[in-house]
Ligand binder design. Structure first.
Ligand code: MLC
Ligand code: AMP
Length: 495
């Protein structure tokens, strides 16, 4: 068995691996439960042969049992997002072409019609973990392990395929750099269909023989109370979560002293997935005594840059390349930029993904001479990298989620009152960027709220435009292309 994450669990059998609001599991429990899942998924075949299995399972013991079970049966895990409406679930499932679907009891209903219409078996996680023992196939580490969907510069999410070796490289790199220990306990509040929650937070804990505690849906007061317990040693989140925690602290004068004392006792607090504003870093330090460790990563590459565990954590910077990561900043011709000169960040190394699922052209276009082109602009400044921008105006980062303006435009063009639409990301204190839409109407008789309600049925909640404005005509250049930077000004009057 060479699924490294699973193999390492053998050395920590008696240790507590997962605690969730309902139950807890040791590494031995996870090994047993995932073997049952694998056996049941296999049925009478010997190896799923890299078939995809899409799963919609809330954070907790069963989530890990299902993912490891898929791996151990020779399948590729396709995590689905709990917040996605039917249209998005269908889009991903039809793209991934899984052999079957898995859901927990709370979500099975949501997949029932989708499964039936495609003649796909729908397993509940509760049924899969029931004891059953079959011979499990050997899994070479160059086989695909996961397909995480990411939004990009096209209208449709792409499946980012990583092998077991790539997943292990992504996890091992941050485990070493951040000094993960057996006695760590991470409080986990992030979604599990993206690499931050899945590999950086959960994967690191399991790789290290540590404990991952799931708290249920993000609730700032509950997080503070867990800090106050003194039992948590590691916390990771996106800047929006830290903003929410600051707001909750400010609103609870009676609890501040205890909460701050608890937070001070953690050994590591990390921020990533979006730029950490310096004022937030400083406010957090003043409340908790913790200087957040900011790092930079991406679905396709895992984590690439990190401020140091020991040493200066520089405000507004994302540090240096993590172990095993080759990274440089290049100009438009691919030549390396001098320190102080901004260019595109490119990355190479064992943690870089294998391919975009069934998108050979996009995979080829994403690499130059073996280097992955991140699309992010960075600069090396006095020994520390900083992220200074993004090449595409059509990629928006809101509350840590990457969304494609083109995808939102394409969906909203389906609204009968919409003649033309342009979606932009506008700087926002809480969300980093907020999604805004300018619309040319085909006729009278609709409102911004009605458009948002309609969008909510088609799109994940975080993709629904926070502001909708109607315009007579979208601003276009001589080529007829919408001038998005100009359009942003239309929305910048809101704090
Ligand atoms: C929720 N909403 C969002 C949103 N999250 N809107 C914009 N951006 C978001 N990220 C919507 C809700 O649907 C709701 O809409 C309104 O905003 C208020 O919701 P809420 O209940 O207050 O939000 P909540 O559910 O608590 O979620 C906030 C959050 C969540 C910050 C906890 O967004 C989150 O978990 N973000 C983390 C995403 C993440 O893990 N990204 C990592 C990607 S990997 P309405 O209309 O009902 O009012 C990656 C690589 C790397 O980036 O480097 O790590
Ligand atoms: P995703 O594709 O969802 O994995 O998001 C990856 C993107 O998040 C990167 O390409 C960056 O644009 C952004 N990102 C991640 N971490 C940081 C950070 N610390 N600062 C700025 N941007 C970040």
């Amino acid at each position: 068995m060479s699924i490294e994450l699973v193999a390492r669990a053998q050395s920590n059998r008696e240790r507590l691996a997962i605690s969730d609001p309902e139950t807890a599991a040791t590494y031995a429990d996870l090994l047993a439960a995932s073997a049952h899942v694998a056996s049941r998924l296999l049925g009478d075949v010997r190896d799923l042969q890299s078939s995809r299995v899409a799963y919609l399972v809330g954070p907790g013991v069963d989530h890990v049992a299902v993912l490891w079970g898929i791996w151990r049966a020779g399948g590729v895990g396709v995590p689905l997002a709990l917040s996605h409406p039917a249209r998005e679930l269908v889009e991903l499932i039809d793209d991934a072409e899984p052999v079957c679907l898995v859901a927990d009891a709370a979500n099975a209903e949501r997949l029932a019609d989708i499964a039936a219409a495609r003649d796909l078996a729908l397993h509940t996680s509760a049924a899969l973990v029931r004891p059953m023992v079959a011979a499990l196939p050997p899994i070479e580490d160059d086989r695909p392990a996961l397909m995480v969907y990411t939004s990009g510069t096209t209208g449709h999410p792409k499946g980012v395929v990583t092998t077991h070796a790539q997943v292990a490289a992504q996890v091992a790199s941050v485990c070493g750099a951040w000094g993960w220990r057996l006695d760590d306990r991470i409080l986990h509040v992030l979604p599990l269909h993206h690499v931050h929650g899945l590999h950086v937070a959960l994967g690191s804990a399991l790789y290290s023989g540590a404990c991952c505690e799931f708290l249920g849906p993000f609730d700032p007061v509950a997080v503070w109370e867990r800090f106050a317990s003194g039992e948590i040693s590691v916390f990771m989140a996106v800047p929006t979560v830290y903003r929410r925690l600051v707001a909750a602290w400010e609103a609870a004068p009676d609890r501040q002293e205890q909460w701050s004392r608890g937070a001070r006792s953690l050994r590591l607090m990390v921020s990533g997935s979006a730029a950490l504003p310096v004022d937030l870093l400083e406010r957090w330090a003043s409340i908790t005594g913790q200087r957040l460790l900011e790092r930079y990563g991406m679905t396709e590459i895992g984590m690439a840059l990190s401020n140091p565990l020991d040493g200066e954590r520089r405000a507004g910077a994302v540090g240096q390349p993590l172990p095993g990561v080759e990274l440089c900043v290049v100009d438009a011709d691919g030549a390396e930029c001098d320190p102080g000169t901004a260019g595109q960040i490119v990355v190479r190394g064992p943690q870089v993904f294998a391919e975009y699922w069934r998108r050979n052209e996009e995979t080829a276009a994403a690499f130059r001479d073996g280097w992955f082109l991140t699309g992010d602009e960075g600069v090396l400044d006095d020994g520390y990298y900083r992220i200074v921008g993004r090449r595409s105006v059509d990629i928006i980062k809101t509350g840590g989620y990457k969304v494609s303006a083109l995808e939102i435009e394409e969906v909203l063009r389906g609204h009968p009152a919409v003649r033309e639409i342009a979606v932009v990301g506008v700087d926002d204190r809480d969300w980093g960027e907020r999604v805004c839409a300018a619309i040319e109407l085909a006729g009278e008789g609709t409102t911004a709220e009605e458009i948002r309600d309609w969008a909510r049925e088609q799109l994940a909640p975080y993709k629904v435009p926070k502001q909708v404005r109607f315009v007579d005509e979208l601003p276009r250049n001589a080529m007829g292309k919408v001038m998005k930077p100009t359009l942003r000004a239309l929305f910048e009057d809101r704090p």
